[in-house]
Design a protein around this ligand. Structure first.
Ligand SMILES: NC(=O)c1ccc[n+]([C@@H]2O[C@H](COP(=O)([O-])OP(=O)(O)OC[C@H]3O[C@@H](n4cnc5c(N)ncnc54)[C@H](OP(=O)(O)O)[C@@H]3O)[C@@H](O)[C@H]2O)c1
Length: 274
């Protein structure tokens, strides 16, 4: 018998499948995973891999130690309310990956007094290079924290924050962060083309440079600011580019964009909680 907790994914779309893919490649037993959806046919591939599949969310809740809520935020209220009785009866740990839905709302919809972890993952989870912020309410035990880490680390980095509002900052850094890098890549490719490269060459060089810079920063024991200084020889080419970016306010632009992102996350949480 496996000692791994039984997981129930409520909703088996992109994010659930990203987590499941990571878990299976880490050797997590498929028999310990339940997945639910609106149509069994859409879950056939998961069944074929040895998972339990059902359209009955309550049956999955009854079987699970950990229930991962992975439906779209807009339908979470209805889905959660329909599971409240089963959740109250079986008391699993609830892990929500839904963007912008507050613990308070979830607790209310699920009948109150539940152990609840809220996660803010990002799209690179789909390629197992995710970065995710986690917040646990006080009812979550140390063992449940470790179990949550095991699940969420299946798609990449997973770090705890101390309080729920910090998840809005996580949204601004990593949740929405991939799009910032895509924008920078887009601009670099366009500038490379303007300087005479073909689109394909500019794009390949840009992507590999992003990958290389991220990997160097990840492996290095010094801050990115120091890595940047080290590649700026006095009066060299890189220094000219960096001086221009700073003089034209790139750090302030990034600060403003991330502030706007965090403000929007707060406003969306209010809208989704209604
Ligand atoms: N994708 C990302 O990168 C990302 C990043 C951060 C956070 N998230 C969060 O992850 C959650 C899921 O997003 P997603 O991108 O994975 O969405 P998705 O691909 O649309 O998956 C949602 C799944 O929920 C299923 N579903 C709908 N109604 C259901 C019900 N009543 N019971 C059970 N399952 C039901 C849908 O099945 P049917 O197709 O049969 O309707 C669908 O497979 C969202 O809350 C989102 O905020 C996602």
């Amino acid at each position: 018998m496996s000692t791994q907790p039984t997981l129930a994914f409520i909703g088996a779309g992109n994010m659930a499948r990203a987590i499941i893919g990571g878990l299976l490649s880490n050797g997590y037993p498929a028999a310990n995973i339940w997945t639910t959806g609106t149509q069994l046919e859409k879950l056939a591939d998961l069944k074929q891999q040895g998972m339990h599949t059902t359209t009955d969310n309550n049956a999955a809740v009854a079987a699970a130690d950990i229930v991962i809520l992975a439906v779209k935020p807009q339908i979470l209220k209805t889905v959660a309310q329909s599971m409240a009785e089963a959740v109250q009866q079986h008391q699993p740990l609830i892990v929500s990956v839904a963007a912008g839905v507050l613990c308070n709302s979830l607790e209310q919809w699920l009948g109150g007094n539940i152990a609840l972890v809220r996660c803010m993952p990002n799209t690179p989870s789909l390629v197992q290079k995710g970065a995710c912020g986690l917040y646990a309410n006080p009812q979550v035990s140390d063992t449940q924290r470790q179990q949550t880490e095991q699940v969420m680390q299946a798609t990449g980095l997973a770090l705890w924050v101390d309080n729920e509002p910090q998840l809005d900052a996580v949204t601004a850094v990593s949740g929405s962060g991939p799009a910032y890098y895509f924008l920078i890549m887009e601009a670099m490719v366009a500038a490379g083309e303007k300087l005479g490269l073909s689109h394909e060459i500019a794009q390949q060089l840009t992507i590999q440079t992003a990958l290389g810079a991220a990997e160097m920063a990840r492996q290095s024991d010094v801050e990115p600011a120091e890595l940047r200084r080290r590649v700026c020889s006095p009066n060299g080419t890189t220094e000219q580019a960096i001086k221009t970016f700073i003089a034209q306010g790139l750090p302030e632009i990034i600060d403003n964009g991330m502030q706007a992102c965090s403000n929007r996350a707060q406003a969306m949480a209010e809208e989704l909680g209604k």
